[in-house]
Ligand binder design. Structure first.
Ligand SMILES: Nc1nc2c(c(=O)[nH]1)N[C@H]1C(S)=C(S)[C@@H](COP(=O)(O)OP(=O)(O)OC[C@H]3O[C@@H](n4cnc5c(N)ncnc54)[C@H](O)[C@@H]3O)O[C@H]1N2
Ligand code: MOO
Length: 390
């Protein structure tokens, strides 16, 4: 039975996973929340052409002398017009927002400052050159940086790409993860529990956790405690995914299905000096890394956050979840020789309040926490500790 510190296990899991997904091109609509893999330069000037900012009249500012001025209206330019005729001296052209400003015009007078009367418009307010004219390239020039490599794409970045006519963007391919939960006692949320049964909380916890960390879950199954059945599902998962995560079945009971299947295949199965998350295993099955978490629901979630989430986020190009300093509001005494990860709530003054006890079954209480409180030995109220945002 192997023993590892938290750091040793984290290094072993990182070496086993060694995730470095190649970039792929995806349509903008599929790129939300993903990291841009390379600098994107604008292929065009934006605005694409000189256009009106207002519904009104395109004029020459030099024609607006003593107000009011009455100018003949030579026509109308709608948005989408292709090549409007140039504006003659001493005239106006009615123009709509977004329509190309005709050559010769240097300003637009909004319709509110005018009165149309037959074929002529009376202009009541002076406008100087450039007013309400959006110049070509005044937003971004062709060849200028539109979105920098590493940017996590939000709606505004996708809008800028679309506006520049960019249809696809390169992002790291999503890491494919398979999630297998084990235990004869597990039933689906929505079913009616018989005596001894529990709802499977870990499958959705890992599925959602992987998605939050930028990965794609290609398979998520609940498997019984039958080793032959688990082996069959595990082999399928190893074939379909880049990484397999399992929960449960690795400690010292009589029906430890994960352990029974992975240990003869050369897995490392052991104990990490941490609570929760003591029993852990790592394996390589048909060349695919497999990380096995203990089944207690808090243990599964803490193990994922400590060992796998950082690797998935890095592979997806997402920033690490940085640990923060916080002041304890009560003493904490971890089990001797173990790193403890308690659940807590961080307040606006940087004080952390523990949520519930250390028990690794306290899954409902964990929902009330927003940080893990990392404690390497006995600590008193007022001590500063590291907290990891959940
Ligand atoms: N004699 C010992 N017993 C145990 C030890 C030990 O060192 N010696 N370690 C304990 C610790 S710590 C943990 S953590 C658990 C880990 O056990 P397993 O990984 O084998 O997990 P299971 O026995 O399958 O389940 C543990 C617990 O969690 C519940 N569970 C499992 N899967 C789910 C799920 N998907 N959703 C919700 N709840 C789940 C399960 O019903 C059990 O209550 O071992 C201790 N025992
Ligand atoms: O180490 Mo276990 O993961 O305490 O519940």
């Amino acid at each position: 039975m192997g023993r590892r510190t938290v750091e040793e296990h984290a290094s072993a899991v990182a070496a086993l996973l060694a995730l470095a997904p190649e970039p792929e091109s995806v349509p903008l609509a599929a790129a939300l929340g993903r990291a841009c893999a390379e600098d994107v330069r604008s292929p065009v000037d934006l605005p694409l052409f000189r256009n009106s900012q207002m519904d009104g009249y395109a004029i020459r500012s030099s024609d607006l002398g003593d107000l009011p001025v009455r100018l003949p209206v030579l026509g109308v330019i709608p948005a989408g017009a292709t090549e409007p005729a140039p504006l003659e001296h001493g005239a106006a052209i009615r123009i709509m927002t977004g329509a190309p400003v005709p050559a010769g015009a240097d300003a637009v007078v909004p319709v509110e400052d005018t009165a149309l009367d037959g074929d002529a418009v009376t202009i009541r307010r002076v406008r100087s050159a450039g007013e309400f004219v959006r110049e070509r390239g005044s937003d971004v020039g062709a060849g200028d940086l539109l979105v920098a490599a590493g940017t996590v794409l939000a709606a505004r970045h996708l809008a800028a790409l679309a506006a520049a006519g960019v249809a696809e963007v390169r992002v790291p391919r999503r890491v494919r993860v398979a999630v297998l939960t084990t235990g004869a006692e597990l039933i689906e949320p929505g079913e009616t529990p018989r005596a001894g049964q529990v709802f499977d909380a870990n499958r959705v916890a890992l599925l959602a956790g992987c998605q939050e960390a930028g990965a794609e879950v290609v398979l998520a199954e609940k498997v019984s405690d039958d080793p032959a059945e688990f082996e069959r599902v595990l082999l399928g998962a190893a074939d379909a995914a880049d990484v397999v995560l399992t929960s449960g079945g690795i400690s010292r009971g009589d029906f430890e299905v994960v352990r029974q299947v992975v240990e003869p295949r050369g897995a490392w199965v052991g104990e990490i000096a941490m609570q929760p998350g003591g029993p852990q295993a790592t394996a390589e099955i048909e060349g695919t890394p497999v990380v096995c978490f203990p089944g207690n629901p808090v243990s599964t979630q803490v193990s994922f956050a400590v060992f796998v989430r950082p690797l998935l986020r890095a592979a997806a190009g997402l920033a690490p979840v940085a640990a923060l300093p916080a002041v304890l509001t009560e003493p904490v005494e971890p089990p001797a020789g173990k790193r403890q990860f308690r659940r807590g709530r961080l307040d606006e003054n940087g004080h952390v309040h523990l949520v519930a006890g250390p028990g690794s079954h306290l899954v409902a209480s964990m929902a009330a926490a927003d940080v893990l409180v990392e404690v390497a030995g006995p600590r008193a109220a007022g001590d500063t500790v590291a907290v990891i945002p959940l």
